[in-house]
Each structure stands twice: as structure tokens, then as C-alpha cells.
Design a protein. Structure first.
Lengths: 336, 321, 333
């Protein structure tokens, strides 16, 4: 039954993904002005012959529906076209920059969960206490905080004034890490390069904190409110009447129920990470997908922007799908 | 007893003498009176939410600041004086008393630029929320009311748009259209209406089955009248709450786009682009990028305080704790 | 076995102090079934929760004694209280649909009490179910499930609460309550949420448990008929106070308090002469605004000025029949 539901979700996601690709395609084609002009942008000095070659390269001389057809079949093969500026396949560029982005997203996820869930629980259990008030005020600040500004303030405080954390990049060249997977934390452990690991983690901390802050705030508020809701339930009274300690009541009986909505929210927050990573990677000079896109925008590298937007949207759809699937696993009622 | 009976008769006679339109206006009058009472009650309740009241006051101050920016600025925000490049705020060593918050990298007065920056944030926030609300609520009510192909098309389109993270989508639109004020509004509203659509559609679906709508149908009112004067007043509270809460995030999205260089354009001072350009001078002039951010944070914080207060007062169902 | 003396539980609310349990005194002998009857919101459930010291925030037990097997529960340390809960005193709740934890399997929830109290390590259980605690626990749970009448216990052991019907859920809850062979069972309207046919089954199950294990039961119900059928004694509560207590036949045949009389009149009877059902007029009073005097006075047919003037004491009518009414004959307690 659970499998059937998961399959159904996956089947529903397929047309959505197709729709996403088509929306992106039309947006890029229907934008005002000749795409080639737009692509050349400020570069300007391109001869008509080169323009023609370019138009052929991007199949701009074909009718729109054929363009769409080629675009979709290429996409199915994992071909996102070629970057105009970097003269490389977009898919390869994305692949190269993805590990840094995933590493950052994981850092943000871990930091936000490690902070947010305990705070949410304690705030609910000790409702109206000073700790509750302070952390909920903090969470409120967190949901109102623009990420780029927070990043700048963190850099000012921790890098410029105190010199505790680096402000820029993933790892200094001087450390000399041999890359295997592209995930610097994993690579440094694999090669036993502990100084590189320490440096990687140090570089990771501020960007992760910035990216995770909004999510942490949302998750803390969510955990608190669902915990408050759960603690009012009859089965909590029964758990106490069984003779359980208050700790066991909260951690075993209440938490399992309270985390059902939280887990779903966390998976949905991946969307926030995707949007936020462009900002955070720009602020911290983090060489990931977000930086790549922002660079591509500034250089008018159209195919690259298009490919990256598709990758983002598909990841987002996949994340929502994942949220759905996780939900079926944490909520036994779905088994019906 | 007797008096009551006669007055009931009188009331019945007086309503049945009216034309349907008059009768409708009469009932509408009762409704409006009830709403006005609610509004009185609303201000009473707002007083009991001091944080929401504070938020409302700050937001109003920001709006006034945006409107009267040309009268308020102490200096020209567009042209700088070379000698004032990265001038520190006045309480710092080397600061000048007439430049309260110092100057930016081109020697322009920071306070004046922050005041002008409120114009972009406030107008983008208000206009994009207004446009999103109008589009979303009209299509949402119509979709929920008529169902059928209309609902199907809009719902599928909404689902499709929801497959994009907001910032990425807005960014894609901005890349396609280029920077500019109305392009920005377009980019924000293109996806912004979806949440209002879903809210209005869902509420309409549940309101549609209630007695008062049935009664209106039975008394022969047209579909448009029912949607506008029966359903709309009943979902407007939720819409106001959502609109307020969305405004904060739309303003952040606008600032994020400006930060990435895809905002209203470089010539108009916007907080996002000010923060972005100040980043290069972070080491020796922290104020250039932090102070506009402070203004942004304060605005968004106030809007959210107001929004959560409104939610508690107008639509407690949406409350999370 | 259980002796409650002058128990009071108060709730400070925005509208004033709510005396949910007001000077309640009652006792329960070993193996006895006592019916605690009253309208909803009269403090019956709070009396039970006060016995277990599980009164929800912001409520507080402000006075009295709850003596269980010679010890005052209100003076026990929290840890001592926990060992009593679920082991010696167990509770069955009103709404089985919301009382089982939705994310744990039913067998696991029944076994939990056994684990908390280390029941499987006890001599008597070890002899009966064997040394291996896990296997013993499973045996015990299956036995309990069969005892309370859950069919195909082996399969249902692994099911989740939402896969159970309401009646089966209530049986599972009774199994949880029975798991450690409690001396005292507090049943808080165990049948209110169930169909009438299931109600009778659950009640006879409770009766059977009482007979077989000698478990003392306090059955809280708003249905005087149910209490009359299953209980040896009946206590009637109104607005936080006990108004009448006595053996079932005495309370039913010769009720002294106007409220009890009213309750009896409002039950439709199938047998006997034709009588009109007489409802009690007026509403349950707002507990927050309760002044002194008899709380029933505003709805009482026999009200006198004196009823409002002071707190009414309990009066002894016969050996074990007590009434809180100025109109009744008898000695103040």
C-alpha cells in the first residue's frame, strides 16, 4: 500500500517536471529581443557569420515546436546544452559545482536541525518560560532576516573583527587537498588530511549558519507548535498514567508525533536552501551552483542560466516528492 | 409580547415591499453595520496586541518616509562628493556632523539613500501584493465557485508554478525581461498570485456549501453578486492576513534580486543593491552595507509582527500555537 | 482500600477560581465497584485524575487526603507516585480513539506498562511466563489481549491503533490498564464514545475483571442507569461537590437529594407505570462564578433561603447513606 502511494506520487511528479521544462523553455525563447543578441549581450562585436553559426548551434533557425522537441529530448539524455561563455556543456559545469552546493546545504540542514528541534521541544515543554520567549523572539527575527544581510554581518563580526572564521571560499589552495568525490569533508577524511578537514569545516560554518538560519527559525516554530498540540492529547495523559517519567513522555510519546509535520517541513525547506544558496554562495564566495548561476547572469550566459534553473526546479520537485515519501514513512496512518 | 409581534409584522411588510435590489441593499446595510462594529472591535483587539500595534506604526512610518522621501532627505542621494568617499557615520572619528550615517563608496549621503531606498521596497511590496491579491482572489473565487475547466486550468497552472522555488523563478523571469521596476513587479506577481489563488479557492469551496450562499441563490441573486457580496466578505479576513505576511517575503525577494543585480536598475537606490555594492568596502567601511540591511530588517520585522497580530485577531484558525 | 478525605482541586482561570473538585470524601472497599455519577463538567474526571495526581495545568490539588492501602498519595514523592501509576492504580479513559498513541503498534503500547514497572522480572510473572523477558512480555500481552476479547491477537499485536475499531481500541486500553494486575481501576466514562451494543460488552468485561481479579473499580459515568446496573454503591456529584452517596438500591429506590431525584426522573423507563420524563430545568452552573451555599439551589424545586446562605454539610441518613441537603433528615457528619 505504501509502495502504491509512493509510485503514485512519482507518477504525478513526472508531468510536473515536464511542465517545468516547458515553462523554462518558453520563458527563455519568448523573452523580448533576439536570443542571439541577448546572448551576446555587451560582448557586442560579433560578425554576422558568427551570429549565424551561433543561431545554428542553438537551433534558433528551426521552428519553435522543433526547438522544444530537441530541447526536451536533449534534456532526457541529460544534455542541457553548452555554456556560451565557458564553452563547456552545461551539464558538466553543473556536475562540477554540485558537490560544493550539496555540502553547503547539508551543513545548513544539520546546523538548523541541531539548533531548531531541541529549541522547539524545550520551548513547548517549558511554555511561557524565559527560554521559550527568548528563543521564539529569536525565531521570529530569523524568519524576517534577509540571508545576504545576515551573511555580511556574520563576516563582519567573525572574520573582520574577531578573525575566528574565514570569510571566503571553501578551502585555501595552500592546504592542498586531493579531491576524489568533490565533497571536501569526505575527501579530507578519505585522504586522512585532518588539517584540511578542520579548515573545510571552518569555511563551512558561517555559510551553513546563514543558509540554515531561516529554516532553523521555521523548524523551531513548527516543532514548538506541533509539540504543544501533541502535549494536549489524551495519549499523553495515558502515557503519564502508565507511570512513565516526564522525560520518557516527552521524548518517546510526544516527540514521535510532533516530528511528523516537522519532518515534512524540513524536506520542503530544501526549496528555501535552493533559493538561498545563490545569495549565500555569492556573499561567501562559495564555488557552487549558486555562484555559477549568478556569474552566468552577470555574463548573460543564457544556456547556463536556463540549464541551472531547470536543475533547481527539478531538484525542488524531487525534494517535494521526498517530503511526501518521508511523510508516508513517519505517519503509520498512511499505511491503510 | 404584543409589541414584539407587531414589530415583526412591520419588519416583514417593510422588507417585502422593497424591490430585490433595494432589499439587497438593505441587507447589505445591515452587513456593513455589523462589519463596522467588527472594525471597532478590531481596534480594541489591536490594542491588546502591543507588538502588532508597534509593527503597524513602524510600517506606516516607513510608508510616510517613502512618500515624502524628496522632502526628508538631507542631501542629494544620487550625486556624491568625491571627498566624502566612505565617510564614516558622524559619531565615528573622521565623521562629519551633517552626514549622520556617513557616505558610500561614491561619496553619497547614506541616510538619504536609505530613505530613498524605502521607495523601492515599499512600492514593490505594496504593488506586488495588491496585484497578486487581485489576480489570485478573483481567479480563486471563480475557480472554487464554478469548478469545471476553468478551475482545472488554473489549478494545474498553479501546481506547475509551485514546482519552482520563488527566488529562482523570479530570477529566471528577471533574466528574461531584464532589470526594471515593472519587470520586477511582473516577476514577483507571476508566481505570487498562486498562494492567494489557493487560499481563495479553498475558502470558496467551503463557503459555497453554507446556508447563506444557498439562501442567496434561492432568492435569485446572480452568480457575480453572490461571489462579490456573499463569498468575498467572508474570506477577506484570511486574504488580508496572508497578504500582510506575504508582503514581508516579497520585499525580501525584491532585495535579494537587487542584491544579485536584477532589481529596478542601478540608477535608483534600492537597499539590496546598496548592500551588494558596499560589500567590497566591508573591511574599512562596514556601514555601507550593514545600515541599509538594518532598514530592510526593521521593515520586514514590523510587517511580520503586524501580520501575525492580524492573524491572531482576524483569523485565529491560521494560528500555529 | 481507597479513602479520599476532603479532596479539593482548583483551577485558577481568567474568569475566577474554578473549584473542580470541592471537598470530596469517599471510600472504596477491596473488590468493590463504585459509580461516580454526574453531568459532564461536574468534576468526576478531575476527581480521578486527582487520585493519580495527574491534574492538568493550571489545576492544582489544594487540600485533602487520598489514602491508598494505608499511604497518603498526596504526600508521596513523584518517583514513588510513578511506580504506583499503571502498576497499582490504572486508568481507562473516555475516548479510545484519541487515547492510544497513533504512532506505536498496539502490542507495543500494551507491553509498555509491563516494561516500565519491570513486571516480567517479578517472581509471580517469571514463574508463569518464563525467564526470557521479551518472550514473556509478548506472551503476557497476547494473554491480556485475549482476556479483554480482542480476536486474532497475534495479528492485532502488530497493528496500529487506527486499524482498530472504537470498541477494540477501548479493549486495548483496558488491556493496558490490566497489564500489571492493578488493585484499583479508575474508569472514566469508558463507554461514552462507543455504540450501545459495544457499551454493554465493555461494561460486562469490567464486571468480569472485577470478579476474577478482585480489582476495585471507580466507574465514572453520566448515566445513572449504567451505574445502577453495575455498581454496588453510587456517588452523585454536582458542580464539584458530592451531593449523595449510598448503596445502589438505596440511592435508586429512596434518593434524598433533589438532584438525584431529578436525575432519576429524567431517565426513560421501559417497565413500570407510565411516567412523564421530567427534565431538570436550568443549566449546569458556571463553576467559575460559584458563590457559597448549595450549588444546586438555583435549579432546585425545594429551595429555601437558607440554601444560599452557607455551605451545606453532609448528613448521615442511614449507616452508609449520606446526603448534602438541608431538607434531608439526619445527623451532620
Amino acid at each position: 500500500m505504501r509502495l502504491a502511494r509512493i509510485l503514485e506520487r512519482i507518477l504525478v511528479a513526472i508531468p510536473v517536471m515536464l511542465g517545468v521544462a516547458i515553462v523554462v523553455f518558453f520563458f527563455m525563447r519568448l523573452s523580448p529581443g533576439d536570443p542571439v543578441d541577448l546572448m551576446m549581450g555587451e560582448a557586442g562585436s560579433v560578425s554576422p557569420r558568427e551570429m549565424e553559426a551561433l543561431a545554428r548551434e542553438f537551433r534558433l533557425d528551426e521552428p519553435l515546436h522543433m526547438q522544444l522537441y530537441h530541447f526536451l529530448t536533449d534534456l532526457l539524455r541529460g544534455d542541457l546544452g553548452n555554456s556560451f561563455v565557458k564553452r563547456k556543456p552545461v551539464a558538466r559545469l553543473v556536475r562540477e559545482h554540485l558537490p560544493a552546493t550539496i555540502e553547503l546545504a547539508f551543513g545548513a540542514l544539520i546546523i538548523s536541525l541541531v539548533i531548531a528541534i531541541p529549541i522547539g521541544i524545550i520551548s513547548a515543554v517549558k511554555q511561557h518560560s524565559i527560554l521559550d520567549r527568548v528563543s521564539m523572539a529569536g525565531a521570529f527575527l530569523g524568519i524576517s532576516m534577509p540571508a545576504f544581510w545576515m551573511g555580511i554581518v556574520l563576516i563582519l563580526v567573525f572574520s573582520v573583527f574577531w578573525h575566528v572564521f574565514p570569510s571566503h571560499g571553501r578551502l585555501p589552495f595552500a592546504v592542498g587537498l586531493k579531491t576524489i568525490t568533490g565533497f571536501y569533508t569526505i575527501d579530507s577524511i578519505l585522504t586522512g588530511n585532518w588539517s584540511a578537514l578542520a579548515s573545510t569545516l571552518k569555511h563551512l560554518f558561517l555559510p551553513s549558519l546563514t543558509l540554515g538560519a531561516g529554516t532553523a527559525a521555521t523548524v523551531a516554530r513548527m516543532t514548538r507548535s506541533s509539540m504543544l498540540e501533541v502535549l494536549r492529547q489524551d495519549y499523553i495523559v495515558l502515557a503519564r498514567a502508565k507511570g512513565l517519567t516526564e522525560y520518557a513522555v516527552v521524548v518517546k510519546h510526544a516527540l514521535r508525533n510532533a516530528l511528523i509535520p516537522t519532518v515534512t517541513i524540513v524536506a520542503l525547506q530544501i526549496g528555501t536552501f535552493l533559493g538561498g544558496n545563490m545569495i549565500v554562495e555569492t556573499v561567501f564566495g562559495w564555488p557552487g551552483l549558486g555562484r555559477l548561476v549568478v556569474d552566468a547572469i552577470q555574463r548573460r550566459d543564457f544556456p547556463l542560466v536556463q540549464g541551472a534553473v531547470i536543475v533547481y526546479a527539478l531538484t525542488f520537485v524531487a525534494a517535494n516528492l521526498l517530503a511526501d515519501i518521508i511523510y508516508t514513512f513517519v505517519n503509520p496512518k498512511i499505511e491503510l | 409580547m404584543k409589541v414584539n409581534e407587531t414589530s415583526v409584522h412591520f419588519a416583514q411588510a417593510s422588507t417585502s415591499d422593497r424591490s430585490p435590489l433595494q432589499q439587497h441593499l438593505y441587507l447589505l446595510g445591515i452587513k456593513l453595520r455589523l462589519q463596522r462594529q467588527n472594525m471597532g472591535n478590531f481596534f480594541q483587539q489591536l490594542k491588546r496586541h502591543p507588538t502588532a500595534l508597534l509593527g503597524a506604526i513602524v510600517v506606516i512610518l516607513y510608508i510616510l518616509m517613502a512618500i515624502f522621501a524628496p522632502l526628508l532627505v538631507p542631501h542629494d542621494p544620487f550625486t556624491g562628493i568625491l571627498g566624502n568617499r566612505i565617510l564614516p557615520p558622524k559619531w565615528y572619528e573622521g565623521g562629519k556632523p551633517e552626514y549622520v550615517l556617513g557616505c558610500d563608496e561614491l561619496g553619497r549621503d547614506l541616510l538619504s539613500r536609505i530613505i530613498y531606498g524605502a521607495r523601492v521596497s515599499i512600492s514593490v511590496g505594496l504593488i506586488s501584493v495588491a496585484v497578486s491579491t487581485v489576480i489570485g482572489v478573483t481567479t480563486g473565487i471563480a475557480a472554487g465557485y464554478y469548478r469545471g475547466w476553468f478551475d482545472e486550468i488554473f489549478s494545474r497552472f498553479a501546481d506547475l508554478l509551485l514546482a519552482f522555488p520563488f527566488l529562482i523563478f523570479a530570477l529566471g523571469v528577471m533574466v528574461a525581461t531584464g532589470p526594471g521596476f515593472w519587470n520586477l513587479i511582473f516577476a514577483l506577481c507571476f508566481k505570487g498570485w498562486v498562494e492567494f489563488f489557493r487560499l481563495a479557492r479553498g475558502e470558496t469551496l467551503s463557503e459555497k456549501t453554507k446556508e447563506y450562499v444557498e439562501a442567496a441563490k434561492a432568492s435569485g441573486q446572480g452568480h457575480l453578486t453572490i461571489m462579490l457580496s456573499e463569498i468575498m466578505p467572508n474570506i477577506i479576513h484570511s486574504v488580508i492576513v496572508l497578504g500582510t505576511l506575504r508582503m514581508g517575503s516579497l520585499i525580501i525577494t525584491e532585495a535579494s534580486l537587487s542584491f544579485l543585480g536584477l532589481g529596478v536598475g542601478t540608477r535608483i537606490p534600492a537597499w539590496g543593491s546598496m548592500i551588494s555594492s558596499g560589500r567590497q568596502y566591508m573591511m574599512n567601511a562596514w556601514w555601507i552595507s550593514t545600515l541599509p540591511g538594518m532598514a530592510l530588517l526593521l521593515l520586514v520585522l514590523s510587517i511580520n509582527l503586524l501580520g501575525e497580530g492580524l492573524r491572531d485577531i482576524l483569523d485565529p484558525r491560521l494560528k500555529i500555537d | 482500600m481507597l479513602e479520599i478525605k476532603n479532596l479539593s482541586t482548583h483551577f485558577p482561570t481568567e474568569r475566577g477560581l474554578v473549584k473542580a473538585v470541592n471537598n470530596v470524601s469517599l471510600s472504596l472497599a477491596k473488590g468493590e465497584i463504585l459509580g461516580l455519577v454526574g453531568e459532564s463538567g461536574c468534576g468526576k474526571s478531575m476527581t480521578l485524575l486527582s487520585i493519580l495526581r495527574l491534574v492538568p495545568f493550571p489545576g492544582k490539588i489544594v487540600g485533602g487526603e487520598v489514602t491508598f492501602r494505608g499511604c497518603n498519595l498526596l504526600e508521596k514523592k513523584p518517583a514513588e507516585m510513578r511506580t504506583l501509576r499503571g502498576q497499582d492504580i490504572a486508568m481507562v479513559f473516555q475516548d479510545p480513539m484519541t487515547t492510544l498513541n497513533p504512532v506505536f503498534r498496539v502490542g507495543e503500547q500494551i507491553g509498555e506498562s509491563l516494561r516500565i514497572h519491570g513486571a516480567m522480572g517479578k517472581e509471580s510473572f517469571r514463574r508463569k511466563y518464563g525467564e526470557n523477558r521479551k518472550i514473556a512480555e509478548r506472551k503476557r500481552v497476547l494473554e491480556l489481549m485475549r482476556e479483554v476479547g480482542i480476536p486474532s491477537a497475534e495479528e492485532r499485536y502488530l497493528e496500529y491503533p487506527h486499524q482498530f475499531s472504537g470498541g477494540m481500541q477501548q479493549r486495548a486500553l483496558i488491556a493496558i490498564a490490566l497489564s500489571c494486575n492493578p488493585k484499583l481501576l479508575l474508569a472514566d466514562e469508558p463507554t461514552t464514545a462507543l455504540d450501545v451494543t459495544i457499551q454493554a460488552q465493555i461494561l460486562s468485561l469490567l464486571e468480569q475483571i472485577n470478579k476474577e481479579h478482585g480489582t476495585g473499580i471507580i466507574l465514572v459515568t453520566h448515566d445513572l442507569g449504567v451505574a445502577a446496573e453495575f455498581c454496588q454503591r453510587i456517588a452523585v456529584m454536582y458542580a464539584g461537590s458530592l451531593v449523595e452517596i449510598g448503596p445502589t438500591d438505596v440511592v435508586i429506590e429512596d434518593p434524598q437529594h433533589p438532584y438525584t431525584i431529578g436525575l432519576l426522573r429524567s431517565i426513560p423507563k421501559i417497565t413500570g407505570k407510565k411516567e412523564k420524563i421530567k427534565p431538570i430545568f436550568g443549566n449546569v452552573p458556571d463553576l467559575a462564578g460559584l458563590a457559597g451555599g448549595c450549588p444546586f439551589a438555583p435549579r432546585c424545586d425545594f429551595v429555601e433561603d437558607a440554601c444560599y446562605s452557607r455551605d451545606i454539610p453532609m448528613r448521615q441518613i442511614t449507616d452508609n447513606h449520606q446526603v448534602r441537603c438541608l431538607n434531608s433528615q439526619g445527623q451532620n457528619v
